[in-house]
Design a protein around this ligand. Sequence first.
Ligand code: HEM
Length: 451
Amino acid sequence: MTLLKNIIASLRAYALTLADAIVAFFSLLAVAARALLSGKGPLKERLVGALTLPSSQIKVFAVLRAVLPNFFIAKQLITSYENNGTAFVTRATDVIEVLDREEDFAVVYEPKMRAITGGPNFFLGMQNTAQYQHDTSLMKLAMRRDDVETLVTPLARARAEAYASAFPTRIDVPQELTLRVPSAIVAEYFGVSAQAETDAIHWATSLFWWLFVDLKGDPAIETKALMAAAELRKAIDAAIAARKASGETKDDVLGRALDLQKGAPEFDDLAIRNNLIGLVIGAIPTISKASVQALDQLLDRPEALAGAHAAAKAGDEALLGAYLFEALRFNPVNPVIYRRANRSTVIAANTFRARKIPEGAMVLAANLSAMFDPLKIEKPNEFRVDRPWGEYILWGYGLHTCFGAYINRAVIPAILRPVLARPNLRRAAGTAGQIDGGGTPFPQHFVVESD
Ligand code: HEM
């Protein structure tokens, strides 16, 4: 009887995958037709623009999960890191398999990490080595989990209230709020302040762009990033020297890192600098982009926006977070996480979708697709605020899961609460009310209004 039930449940799940794919396919055709028949600019650009929107990516992945869940092409789509072809992995189980098999599917960032620090690797560029465990262990002592509640969230709340209150009915969200709060966290909690707030934002943005987003290896982006790296190194060196010279014993990440030198002399000033660089790059553009994209998705869904508004007004940051992270599922900061195969191997072995991956292939594990896989996620196309937290892959999975994961979960609702509590929150008219990256992959302008 149980066997029969299992068979029926499996058939139902696969039928759902197929149904999802058919609906997605026809709605992609409609998206393409609309792009071809309306709008300005060259046809190809309009078509590519429409089909790469996050809502279209979700549909493309729905089709792939049903008909071609794992595949390899000999073409190098990412040219900024060495590889000999590209594999796509779309089903939740297989995305998780890739990210769990860290020994076989390795991070690729090491050469750029070394260029940024001017020598040593940073732990995101390492495999699960003794050095990785050493560095992350020390940094976890410097950046403690309880800080999220006692230091980071109160700081984010206070800053968000102050920054937002200067723009009570119309606010350019990235410029006035979501870039400013994480840079305050970097200055006041990490202990790394630049001469001007905009410097830290600019450096972190350039570096993140080069490391993770510039998949084609654009020399102009590299030049800017290497200049930013030199500035950031100087700023952190200065912060360390100033702290030591003043004798100040501040209870922040830098203060604790310096304290740890007593028991771990190898954690010298240079090692502290290199670890702090990684944290600064990770923190600013990402938190801002996640906040802006979550807000953008909410503004497209009046019912969800009303729910988030009520939670924000009631000061219920946990419920507000449920709205925001569900919104972010529809447009996460990164839709794929990439790895390189260390050896020739098979993904999803012993299944009909098993796929051989050659050594040296770049493997794109589509976390966006995993979060919409009906084989894993209940009614994935619905906006729901009761999903188990474990279903979200918003900032990585496995060994390299974001170091700031707990910060992100607490701080994003705190940043957006003052704006979402406003009555009749809406996009500003015209292009001002749409996300504008200003030629970068990060939101620079996005204006919202309220009564
Ligand atoms: C919403 C904001 C954020 C997003 C979307 C995000 C995204 C990610 C992703 C996808 C990864 C994994 C990369 C991979 O596996 O290839 C990652 C790792 C990392 N993130 Fe974040 N991040 C965010 C905020 C932060 C913050 C606030 C910090 C600093 C406190 C940070 C520091 C790091 C570090 C150091 C790693 C490497 C972890 C490791 O190698 O073990 N990130 N992040």
